[in-house]
Every structure is written in C-alpha cells, then in structure tokens.
Design a protein around this ligand. Structure first.
Ligand code: COA
Length: 177
C-alpha cells in the first residue's frame, strides 16, 4: 500500500536516487550523458541533504512510500513569489508506479498546504520544454502555460523551460481530489 508522509532527513538517499533515475529516464538529451550518468547523483544528494536538514518553515516536502521504498516525492517552497505564489519543484513518480494516482496525490498535498497557509496566493512550477509528458499532466490539472524561457539553473546545459501557473488553490484542490 502506498503511504504519503512528510519527508525526513533520512530520506535524502532514497529521494536523490529516485530523482536521478527519473532524470535519466525523462531528461536524456536535455542534460549531458556525463552529467546524468556520473555527476547527477552526487549533485542531487547534496541538494536533498541540504533541503531536508534545513528547518526553513516555507519548505514542504512529501514522499510516497511503498513497502519501505520511496516511489514518489514532491518539494514546494511556499509563498516563493509575490506574483506567482508557491513554487512546486517538482513531482517525480517511480516509472513502475505511474498512473496510480501518486502524482495527483502529491499535488493535492502541496495545494492543501498552500491553500491553508496562503489562501490568496497561486502555485507555479518550471518544466523542461521537451518534457511533453509532464506538460500534458499539468495541463490535465488545468495548469496554464504562461511563458517559455531559457535557463541554466538546473543540470549542466542551457535548457528551455516553461512556467505553469495555477491562480486559484481551491480550484486546483477540487481538481486533484
Ligand atoms: C508527471 C507525473 C508526476 C504524473 O504522476 P502519475 O502518478 O503518473 O499521475 P497520476 O496517476 O496521479 O495521474 C493523475 C491524473 O493525471 C492524468 N495523467 C497522468 N499523466 C498524464 C499525462 N502525461 N498526460 C495527461 N494526463 C496525465 C491521469 O490520467 C489522471 O487523470 P484523472 O485523475 O482525471 O483520472 C509522473 O508521470 C512522473 O513522475 N513523470 C516523470 C518525472 C517528471 O517528468 N516529473 C515532472 C517534472 S517537471
């Protein structure tokens, strides 16, 4: 049975490992093979150790666990932008567990937290422009694609990324329930 819970510092290895596997499966070509296959795990371990050991109250990190293994995770930074609200960065679900409602549940946990703490604020995320599968998922949840820009803040190459935005947390909550 899949259980959803708040992440703890001891989850850093499990989350980093799933994150890199997901990047290898979905971001091939956007990041170099050298980065994906040799460097990303070290980089992601550092990112997740820092996030999970930081007592920053605006961070919200949840995992989905199945038989002791992390099969999904989501990170959010509440009220990150005065214009767009909470930053979602981003749901990833194990490839063998896709389509079972885990991604939607992770979105629901973030939307609930954001709605409780910042009810008049929105939610946004960045998705690689090449990641059509994820963009279709966000569009299915009524996210609005509002801009596409280039950036080099993730991976090892300059990538094109699109911003998806939900202006109304209650509408998103209804959609993901
Ligand atoms: C995108 C992702 C998080 C979706 O998670 P998931 O657990 O497979 O999705 P769910 O089973 O919760 O699906 C929820 C709903 O979205 C729909 N959906 C799922 N994937 C979809 C897609 N690619 N396109 C359109 N709709 C989709 C489902 O049919 C379901 O619809 P319903 O509630 O109306 O029945 C997951 O596929 C994933 O981890 N992908 C790889 C990593 C990635 O690219 N993450 C995003 C980085 S920006």
């Amino acid at each position: 049975m899949v259980v959803f819970r708040a992440a703890t510092p001891s989850d850093s290895e499990g989350i980093a490992s799933l994150h890199v596997t997901s990047w290898q499966q979905n971001y091939r070509g956007a990041f170099s093979d050298m980065f994906l296959d040799a460097e990303a795990l070290i980089e992601r371990r550092l990112v997740w150790q820092a996030r999970l050991n930081d007592n920053e109250p605006e961070q919200f990190i949840s995992v989905a666990e199945n038989e002791g293994a992390i099969v999904g995770f989501v990170y959010a930074y509440l009220n990150h932008s005065p214009e767009y609200g909470t930053l979602l960065d981003n749901p990833h679900v194990s490839s063998d567990m896709k389509g079972a409602g885990i991604g939607k549940n992770l979105m629901a946990l973030v939307a609930k937290e954001a709605d409780e703490r910042y009810p008049h604020s929105g939610l946004y995320l960045w998705v690689l422009e090449q990641n059509e599968m994820a963009q279709n998922f966000y569009a299915h949840l009524n996210g609005k694609k509002i801009e596409t820009v280039s950036g080099n803040d993730i991976g090892d190459r300059t990538i094109l990324k699109s911003r998806y935005f939900w202006s109304d947390m209650k509408a998103l909550l209804t959609k993901v329930k």
